[in-house]
Design a protein around this ligand. Structure first.
Ligand SMILES: O=C(O)c1ccccc1NCC(=O)[C@H](O)[C@H](O)COP(=O)(O)O
Length: 229
C-alpha cells in the first residue's frame, strides 16, 4: 500500500511522516491554505530520506512553470490536479522522460449526479491514451478540488473502478482519516491512499497521533486485504 501524506508545509511534519512509514509526501503549489513555495520546499527536501517520494501538487501552472518548480524543489513526482490535459502530460513526459513520475487527479464532484459517469469517462480516456499510470481520485466540493475533508460515495466508486481502472494504479483521496482509511481500503482495494486535512491539528500543522494512526491502520487494512485475496 502506497501512502501519501499531503499538504506538508514544514520539515518537522515531513520528517515525522517519513519516520512513521509514509511512502510519499505532498507539497501543494496549487491555491490552498496549505500552499508552499519552491523555496520553502527546497529547504525541506534535502533532509528527507532518499526513498521517499516528494510530490508537487499543481492545478494551473504550465509545463515550464511546473518543470522549474520541480527542479528547484527537488521533487520526484508531479500531481496534476487541474483536470486531464493530455498536451500538458506529453510535454512533461518530454521534459522529464522517466525521471519524474506523474500522477493524474480525477475529481468526484460531490454535488453532481453525473460524477460516476464523468470519472468513468476520464479513466477510459487515460487508459486509452496510456499517458499516465497513476490516477488519484479526489473529492470536489463547490470550487474546492482538494483538502476538502469530504469523502465521495465509495460504493458507487467501487463499481466505476471495477469497470474502468484495469491497469491503472488507483489512489483514493478525499475525506480520509485514521477512522475510515481501513474501510476505504477494504471497500475499494486501491493501490494507494492519500490524506491532507484528516491528519492535521490545523491547516499547515500535522497531528502526530493522527498521522501514526492513519499509517498504522492503512498498513493493517492492506495486509488484511492481501490475506483474504
Ligand atoms: O490539500 C489541499 O489543501 C489541496 C488544495 C488544492 C488542491 C489540492 C490539494 N490537495 C491535494 C491532495 O492530494 C490531498 O491529499 C487531497 O486533496 C485530500 O484532501 P483531504 O480530503 O483533506 O484529505
Amino acid at each position: 500500500m502506497w501512502i501519501k501524506i499531503c499538504g506538508n508545509t514544514n520539515l518537522n511534519d515531513a520528517q515525522l511522516a517519513a519516520e512513521l512509514g509514509a511512502n510519499a509526501l505532498g507539497f501543494i503549489f496549487a491555491e490552498s491554505k496549505r500552499q508552499v513555495t519552491a523555496a520553502e520546499v527546497a529547504r525541506i527536501t534535502p533532509h528527507l530520506p532518499q526513498h521517499i517520494e516528494r510530490v508537487g501538487v499543481f492545478d494551473s501552472h504550465n509545463a515550464d512553470q511546473i518543470a522549474a518548480i520541480t527542479r528547484a524543489a527537488d521533487l520526484t513526482a508531479i500531481q496534476l490536479h487541474g483536470g486531464v490535459d493530455q498536451q500538458l502530460i506529453h510535454r512533461l513526459n518530454e521534459i522529464f522522460e522517466d525521471r519524474v513520475k506523474l500522477i493524474q487527479t480525477i475529481h468526484w464532484t460531490i454535488e453532481s449526479k453525473d460524477s460516476a459517469a464523468t470519472v468513468a469517462s476520464q479513466l477510459k480516456e487515460i487508459h486509452r491514451a496510456a499517458i499516465v499510470g497513476r490516477v488519484l481520485i479526489d473529492s470536489k466540493v463547490g470550487q474546492a478540488g482538494g483538502g476538502t475533508g469530504v469523502s465521495y460515495d465509495w460504493k458507487a466508486a467501487k463499481a466505476v473502478l471495477t469497470e474502468n481502472a484495469s491497469g491503472l494504479s488507483i489512489i483514493v483521496a478525499g475525506g480520509l482519516g485514521p477512522d475510515n482509511v481501513a474501510e476505504a481500503i477494504h471497500g475499494l482495494t486501491p493501490w494507494g491512499v492519500d490524506v491532507s486535512s484528516g491528519v492535521e491539528r490545523e491547516p499547515r500543522e500535522k497531528d502526530s497521533a493522527k498521522l501514526a494512526a492513519f499509517i498504522k491502520n492503512a498498513r493493517q487494512a492492506s495486509q488484511q486485504n492481501q490475506r483474504t485475496s
